[in-house]
Design a protein around this ligand. Structure first.
Ligand SMILES: [Zn+2]
Length: 157
C-alpha cells in the first residue's frame, strides 16, 4: 500500500515539473553548468600558477601564465553568452545568467552563489529548482500537446 502511494506521489510529482522545449536547450543548460564549474576551476589554476610563477622565478613558464590570463576573459565571455540563454521555462529568467532579480525565499546558496546550486543540480540530478520562482524543471524534452492528443486518440480507436 505504501509502495503504491509512493509510486502515485512520484507520478503526480513528475506531472507537475516543467520540461524544456528541445534537446538543443538541454545541451545548452548542461554546457552552461559545465562552463560555470570549469571557469571557477580555471580561476583557481591561474591564481595558483601565477603565485607559483612569482615565487619560483622561472621565465619559461611566463608564456603559460600569460596564456592562462588571456584565456580567462575569453572563457568568461563565452560562458556569459551561453548562460544568458538558459531561461527558466516558467518565469523566463536565465537561471545560470547574472540577473540581480530577487530570489525565492526557499532558494539555497552554495559558497554565496545561487548559480552553483543550479549547476550542481543540473550536472548531478538532471533537474533544477529555479532560484527566482522555485519551480522544479527536469532536463527532458516537453511533449507536444498535439502529439499527446494524437496518442490518446489512437488509444481510443
Ligand atoms: Zn523560474
Amino acid at each position: 500500500m505504501k509502495k503504491l502511494f509512493v509510486k502515485s506521489a512520484e507520478r503526480t510529482l513528475r506531472c507537475l515539473v516543467h520540461r524544456l522545449r528541445s534537446k538543443a536547450i538541454i545541451r545548452r543548460f548542461r554546457l552552461a553548468a559545465f562552463l560555470l564549474w570549469f571557469g571557477h576551476l580555471m580561476v583557481l589554476v591561474t591564481v595558483f600558477f601565477c603565485v607559483h610563477l612569482g615565487f619560483s622565478n622561472q621565465p619559461q613558464y611566463l608564456v603559460v601564465g600569460l596564456g592562462l590570463l588571456l584565456f580567462l576573459p575569453v572563457l568568461t565571455i563565452f560562458r556569459w553568452i551561453i548562460s544568458s540563454r538558459t531561461n527558466c521555462p516558467l518565469c523566463l529568467t536565465p537561471v545560470l545568467g547574472g540577473k540581480n532579480c530577487s530570489k525565492h525565499r526557499r532558494a539555497r546558496t552554495f559558497l554565496g552563489s545561487y548559480k552553483i546550486v543550479v549547476a550542481n543540480s543540473i550536472l548531478t540530478k538532471n533537474s533544477f529548482y529555479c532560484p527566482y520562482c522555485y519551480e522544479p524543471t527536469v532536463l527532458e524534452v516537453r511533449q507536444n500537446p498535439r502529439d499527446l492528443a494524437d496518442k490518446h486518440g489512437a488509444d481510443k480507436e
